[in-house]
Design a protein around this ligand. Structure first.
Ligand SMILES: NC(=O)c1ccc[n+]([C@@H]2O[C@H](COP(=O)([O-])OP(=O)(O)OC[C@H]3O[C@@H](n4cnc5c(N)ncnc54)[C@H](OP(=O)(O)O)[C@@H]3O)[C@@H](O)[C@H]2O)c1
Length: 225
């Protein structure tokens, strides 16, 4: 299985690409510019201290073509143009959306949430990709890029996952569980993203208040029958 991180040159995408490449997955970083994606690969190799045969950099459309599972890591304002650029290549694939609709996307504070017409960023992805044979799952929006980039340490948080296609959601959760320290939590259908995406500005606020970059959440008691 090949994973494409679409918009993978930013903080979140780079962290996910590094973690998955480090754990042996085949990863391709996507960007609007292939050269920028290649530079991101070099940055990861520099951080890890060796070259990676299982990591490459391509344009977003080329990355979407070669991968089986797509992870979207772009800010809200880039969501539609980025999805439009790969739309042609998503049939038969799973797309995991990490987008969180933050007020900073429209010039405000990253500690504040903005409403999107469809209810959540993940549902907006579903609407943009309407008519395509793609299963959209939302995940990763409550994991900080700093925790992902801190690759020598396990990540101390759970990851809340939502999606309407149970089989696709299970596959996405398997991928999430490959992040060391992370437990994927099935939060239900894609509309549950309306709640989950609001946790991101909460965590950003906690980071600012506590002068850290690593705030995360754990859900407890689920096995306590
Ligand atoms: N950073 C975090 O800690 C974190 C945590 C949880 C959730 N998230 C969510 O994950 C997503 C990505 O976050 P991030 O911090 O990695 O974002 P970012 O660094 O701001 O952007 C990621 C990539 O998106 C592309 N991009 C940026 N602006 C664009 C535009 N106007 N049009 C088209 N492409 C554009 C760029 O790739 P190219 O220039 O290479 O095309 C950029 O490297 C966001 O929705 C964010 O809310 C982030």
């Amino acid at each position: 299985m090949k994973i494409a991180v679409i918009g993978g040159t930013g903080d979140q995408g780079l962290g996910l690409a590094m973690r998955y490449a480090k754990s042996g997955e085949d990863v391709v970083i996507g960007s609007r510019k292939a050269e920028k994606a290649e530079n991101a690969v070099a940055e990861i190799e520099n951080i890890l201290g060796h070259s990676m045969k299982n990591l490459e950099g391509l344009s977003n459309p080329d990355a979407a073509v070669v991968a089986d599972m797509l992870i979207l890591t772009v800010p809200l304002q880039a969501q539609r143009p980025t999805l439009d650029s790969i739309k042609e290549y998503v049939d038969g694939k799973i797309l995991i959306d990490a987008t969180a609709p933050l007020n900073s996307n429209i010039g405000g504070s990253p500690m504040e949430f903005i409403e999107v017409w469809e209810g959540s960023a993940a549902e907006r992805t579903v609407a943009i990709l309407k008519g395509k044979d793609v299963a959209v799952v939302s995940a990763y929006s409550n994991i900080s890029s700093s925790s992902l980039m801190n690759h020598e340490k396990d990540i101390d948080c759970d990851c809340l996952v939502c999606g309407d296609d149970d089989e696709a959601k299970l596959k996405a959760m398997e991928l999430v569980n490959k992040l060391p320290g992370v437990k994927a939590i099935d939060c239900g259908g894609i509309s549950r993203s309306r709640i989950v995406e609001k946790i991101t500005p909460l965590l950003i606020g906690l980071n600012i208040k506590n002068r850290t970059h690593y705030a995360g959440i754990r859900i407890t008691g689920l096995d306590n029958k």
